[in-house]
Design a protein around this ligand. Sequence first.
Ligand SMILES: C[S@@+](CC[C@H](N)C(=O)[O-])C[C@H]1O[C@@H](n2cnc3c(N)ncnc32)[C@H](O)[C@@H]1O
Length: 152
Amino acid sequence: MRIALYQPEIAGNVGAILRLAACFSVPVDIIMPTGFAFSDSRLKRAAMDYGAAADVARHANFEAFDALRRSEGRRLILMSSHAAQRLPDVAFRPDDVLMMGSESAGVPDTVRDMADIRVRIPMAPGFRSLNIAVSTGIAVAEALRQTGKFPQ
Ligand SMILES: C[S@@+](CC[C@H](N)C(=O)[O-])C[C@H]1O[C@@H](n2cnc3c(N)ncnc32)[C@H](O)[C@@H]1O
């Protein structure tokens, strides 16, 4: 399992996701550009000292990330509040990449169309979306649960 962040914009969100990734031993792919500098104190504050333990790869653009993903034979699972398929109905594989869209715009249609599966976390009627770090935690937890990869 890997987490991929498509052009994330908010340092604190990425810090929280790096903390999550370290706690669950899930590597993170960050697709550039980001909306903040990696020296941003808000990233460090949210990641705490766990950030140094996170396995993070930065990719210059989506094409570079996707070429590597394909070479490794991983499925691209796009998390989107607009997707038709519900999280509880998806059968995850241990080598899937869970990709999160940017905070303001999600992902472009060209990227959306390349996903093997598009997945929605069901929400109560009338709500648009969850915070990106919260939705990453929900999706990763379900994928780890299904694949038996939660840490002991
Ligand atoms: C704040 S949301 C982005 C909202 C953006 N307007 C959009 O249309 O995608 C940031 C990211 O969190 C994830 N996300 C938020 N709510 C979600 C949900 N209910 N189901 C699946 N993913 C969700 C998606 O990856 C989304 O791109």
